[in-house]
Design a protein around this ligand. Structure first.
Ligand code: 3H9
Length: 708
């Protein structure tokens, strides 16, 4: 993705404070190590070496962080010297003790700068980590070699393979830092530490010479275990195994050879499409949080939230809100359904307790903020109400009429509808400016995606409130316009239809699922249908039957299964068989017979597709509908489509979402595929005008990824 932020200014200042050279990195917002910062660090160390008055060097970060890492906006562009490994080596080689004083983020290259320093102090609230793996990379500025030497292979592997952040105390326990600051005055305590080192005539202590835990066998075992685990868990990913290789090199090679080995592995990762996909994902999910409506508007305060409806969705939303520390009032129509709603909420918490992820007391604390009521009057003080009742326009309008009656002026009135016309709902009450779509995905307390659906008459501060709430719930929020299915479900309907066409034309559902999994989705489309319940899609198809184009191809196989009561896992049968309550289904020969019969009825002689052909059609349908959605302004930009598919529909993050993926294979290739498929079914395979236009102009989707 092209960088969306305006060009920034970066400085590294160094100032002599007594005998300590204080080096301050100032590169808002997170002190990323761009070329100017790298150059500034080398200049500062050179100045320290050259100046006899300098007896120690203290590196600090301006603002809220030490250093968040390499500047990831530079990846994919021509490299500008000095490289970060050179910077780290130069710091380590400094003839005076160098101290890193760490507050906020010291991540990736930021921690590598600290590891190359000779002494480290971390402050309360610090976040230390080597999260490169999440960007398809490995620590490439000596991090794999220095961390392994400093804290041992096992701890280093655990940090680098998970990408997790550790706080100051854990960093101290691991041996990543030497001490923890007692106050939040980074400069004063950093200087005091430097003076202490000067007073004791402490020499530079270079991590390259650190020996780590002495037990070589334990390290070798940790490496072997990590290799086996990575093979199992990180299917299709390049960088995790390379991290293991680098740690092994740290154990077996002299430091400089280890560095060379690390550099080679790092460059391979940096040049890989996985790195490009993951970095795109990083920026896309941040950029998607911004919308034109939120630029100047302030969110309304939210503390008390009403949830109308205690079904699976309503309960999941309630849990998400409770987990964010908000108070929740659930409304149901009578005592019995309310009790069921409450039981749904309890069930979610009990599940977490059973898995050891939650303490009983935490559940009790959450329930202190939970109320139930059967009268809408209980919502009189709510700041925002989210309805999650049955998907029917008349039912929704009746709920909104009640909300209009009882809610205070200024309350946000949100619907969790998946496809209904929110403009129509808004127009049915006296305050359309307060009506917003908040489309959660099931299970709502777990799924990261939240579509913020923006109806025509909503006021900007209501939209801003939706985005602010998403932040509190730690969701990835994406702005969507009003249409049937918004962004995600509208695309799903189309690429599932493409899968159905493939199935009727000759591929088995099991082959399609396998091909889609091989591409990187956690599940194939028919496994997902079986998990969610085939009856849900069946109801939607029946609803759309009256408005369906009679000339459009319609595959009846899914309906045939539903007519037999085969709704998937919950009924023990769907596209797969789930004998004796099994969670993983087995292929079902009877389903294959039904498919054969449907092919015959439709006059289709089945043909063979290889997995690659399956994926091409599946993806082409997805990309084409994504292009339509951007073209119609339902999604602001291609990156918003990518964020939706990655966070709500299992699109592999390392491929960056369908629109980024389309750019990587070439839009002309995608368009050529669509035109080829259109020879068989021109109605389904109508190329999106946006795709045609971009190909004509030789532009990628990325060219449309402008700031909101
Ligand atoms: C690396 O270091 C490789 C080396 O080993 C080897 C090199 C040879 N670069 O997340 P936020 C932007 S790989 C450029 O909303 P928060 C971000 O896009 C790197 N920009 O804030 C956003 O911009 P905007 C390893 C970056 O407070 C703004 O900063 N490091 C970078 O919620 C605020 O970000 C990582 O993977 C960057 N490195 O969280 C750390 N980081 O305002 C990645 C952030 O225009 N970063 N931006 O939308 C993070 O995890 C979080 O940003 C952080 C702050 C925890 C630091």
């Amino acid at each position: 993705m092209t960088p969306l932020s305006a060009p920034d200014s970066a400085t590294v200042e160094h100032q002599l404070r007594g005998s300590v050279l204080v080096v301050t990195i100032d590169h808002a917002p997170v002190n990323a190590l761009n070329a100017a910062v790298r150059r500034g660090l080398i200049d500062a160390v050179t100045a320290a070496d050259a100046n006899a008055s300098v007896r120690a060097v203290l590196i600090v970060g301006a603002g809220r962080n030490f250093i968040a890492g390499a500047d990831i906006r530079e990846f994919g562009k021509p490299a500008v010297p000095p490289s970060l490994p050179e910077v780290c080596n130069r710091i380590e080689a400094c003839s005076k003790p160098v101290i890193a004083a760490i507050h906020g983020a010291a991540l990736g290259g930021g921690l590598e700068v600290a590891l190359a320093s000779h002494y480290r102090i971390a402050f309360e609230g610090a976040k230390l980590g080597l999260p490169e793996v999440q960007l398809g990379l490995l620590p490439g500025a000596g991090g794999t070699q220095r961390a392994s030497r400093l804290i041992g292979a096992e701890a280093a592997l655990s940090l680098m393979l998970s990408g997790r952040h550790v706080g100051a105390q854990e960093a101290l326990r691991l041996g990543l830092v030497d001490r923890v600051g007692q106050s939040d005055d980074v400069l004063t305590e950093g200087l005091a530490y430097a003076h202490e080192l000067i007073a004791t005539q402490a020499a530079p202590r270079r991590t390259r010479n650190a020996r780590g835990p002495a037990d070589r066998q334990a390290s070798a075992d940790a490496i072997a275990a990590a290799r086996a685990e990575t093979q199992k868990k990180s299917r299709g990913l390049l960088s995790p195994m390379k991290i293991v290789d680098c740690v092994e090199a740290a154990l077996n090679l002299p430091f400089d050879e280890g560095l060379q080995f690390e550099r080679k592995q790092f460059l391979e990762c940096r040049e890989s499409p996985q790195r490009a996909g993951l970095v795109h994902a990083f920026f896309a999910e941040r950029e998607a949080q911004k919308s034109p409506e939120t630029r100047d508007a302030r969110a309304r305060p939210v503390r008390c939230v009403g949830v109308v409806g205690g079904g699976t969705m309503g309960a999941g939303i309630a849990v998400a809100l409770l987990d964010a520390g908000l108070s929740v009032t659930m409304i149901e129509r009578d005592d019995e359904t309310l009790e069921r709603g409450r039981a749904h909420v309890e069930k979610v918490y009990d599940g977490l307790i059973a898995k050891g992820r939650l303490q009983q007391e935490a559940k009790a604390r959450a329930f202190e903020r939970f109320n139930g009521a059967t009268s809408y009057d209980a919502l009189a003080d709510a700041d925002i109400v989210i309805e999650a009742v049955f998907e029917d326009m008349a039912v929704k309008k009746a709920v909104f009429a009640e909300l209009d009656r009882v809610c205070r002026q200024g309350a946000v009135l949100a619907t969790n509808t998946s496809y209904l016309d929110i403009d129509e709902i808004a127009a049915s009450i006296s305050r359309p400016q307060d009506v917003l779509g908040l489309h959660f995905f099931s299970p709502a307390n777990i799924m990261k995606l939240l579509e913020i659906v923006v109806p025509a008459r909503v006021s900007d501060d209501v939209v801003a409130t939706g985005f602010e709430l998403a932040k509190k719930l730690r969701k990835v929020a994406v702005r969507a316009g009003v249409c049937d299915g918004f962004i995600g479900n509208r695309m799903l309907a189309v690429y599932r239809a493409a899968a159905d066409h493939l199935m009727e034309d000759g591929a088995s559902p099991y082959q399609i699922d396998r091909a889609v999994r091989e591409f990187g989705f956690p599940m194939g489309p028919y496994q997902v249908i079986d998990l969610a319940g085939g009856d849900i899609g069946w109801a939607a198809r029946k609803r759309r039957a009256a408005t369906r184009d009679p000339n459009a191809r319609y595959v009846r196989i899914g309906d045939q299964l539903c007519e037999r009561g085969w709704f998937g896992q919950k009924t023990g049968r769907g596209f797969y068989r789930y004998d004796d309550g099994a969670r993983i289904g087995k292929p079902d020969p009877e389903v294959e017979s039904i498919i054969d019969a449907e092919r015959e009825r439709a006059g289709i002689s089945p043909r063979a597709f290889d997995d690659g052909q399956i994926v091409r059609r599946y993806l082409a349908a997805m990309i084409n509908e994504g292009a339509n959605i951007v073209h119609e302004g339902i999604a602001l930009r291609p990156l918003d489509v990518d964020a939706v598919l990655m966070h709500g529909f299992g699109f592999p993050r390392y491929r960056g979402g369908p629109m980024h993926y389309a750019d990587s294979v070439g839009l002309d290739t995608v368009l050529a595929d669509i035109r080829e498929f259109a020879k068989e079914d021109p109605l389904f395979w109508r190329a999106s005008p946006l795709l045609v236009d971009l190909v004509a102009r030789g532009k990628p989707f990325a060219s449309l990824n402008q700031p909101a």
